[in-house]
Design a protein around this ligand. Sequence first.
Ligand code: GCU
Length: 418
Amino acid sequence: MKTIFTLIYFVGISIQVLAQDFEPNYEEGKVPEYQLPDLLRMENGHLITNKRQWSNRRAELVEIFENEIYGKSPVWDGQISSKVILENKDYLNGEATRKVVKLTLKRGEKSLDFNLLVFYPNSGKQVPAFLGLNFYGNHTISSDEQVAVPDAWIRNNEKMGSFNNKASEKGRGQRIANWPYEEILTRGYGLVTMYYGEIDPDYEDGFKDGVHALYSERKREPNSWASIAGWAWGLSRVMDFLEGEDWIDNKKVAVLGHSRLGKAALWTGATDERFAMVISNNSGCGGAALSRRAYGETVGRMIEVIPYWFSDSFKVYNKRENDLPVDQHQLLALMAPRPLYVASGAVDKWADPKGEFLSCVAASPAYKLFGKVGMPATVLPPLDQPVMGTIGYHIRSGGHGLLPYDWQQYLDFADRHF
Ligand code: GCU
């Protein structure tokens, strides 16, 4: 009996300790003092003063992010084939084309399919486009039953109609408001999306599924690619395909993502400079937000709960954000001189809106090297008042989500820069 009580006592204590560990800080006054790693100083101490030197610093930073945070993705050495599964050239009263294209990535005996949902205006001209991954399947962005429900593993969500990790018809059309393709098309842009779980299923699978399986013969190293890098790598493969499409202006493709997929969009923009614009919607910790502020979600909490998003080497920074050799402003700076938009939701405190904004400010010196103004503001702008330099930012009323208001700003930002 005594041992049982002792056991209960110790389990109780450890739960308390864990709960305390995970208590996020939402008080600005409790943000620790911090100093950001110097953006324009090489690891050897040399100060960067022009854009030519920046290319060395940029390469060095990419390598640090690869080795310490996201992991290094393989160079693609396979073949991609495509097959049009569905095509409607008379979509929206003939104004647009909508199609589903299956890409097959083949590497030796291994292969993996990606299903793209593609919309573009029938303007007869090559158009700029947005490319973004979706959370619950292409059918959630279409009311047309011909757009298939994905087969891949999916997170359970009653509203989205996914049960037992399988998607279903119940999710059809549920995310159309979050992907306002009619408005996007009317404004003269194309849209390409696919379900992110077809690239890498979002659970701890020991990297046996998705894109990692294409390279299963390689031994994993502390700096091997994990899930965020996998999603980013998948977006680059979609870009490989888009480069050969005749409807798209492939020098004007914006990669966009919300939340964990915002983290992935940023890593895509960092590793693949073919993307001419990068948009991070509520990407938070491990995305646009400064890690050293430890406000809302922290590096430690991510390492405990979702370690498979990051390389194994990242684990040493649990509760040690000050020891990180980089902070996230340096990730944002990797987009320079390309236009970058970062958006927050006012009550999405978990993603640290202020930390996302300050990160844009701290990334701006890299833009200056190119004669561009990155983020024109230095204090957090008022709600719903976007600020747009070559870096754009808004803090929208409301919470976590990719909303029509966000899209309005992205379209305006694209109009300015494309
Ligand atoms: C969790 C996670 C965040 C992530 C978010 C999302 O909240 O902690 O890091 O951004 O999920 O992807 O919706």
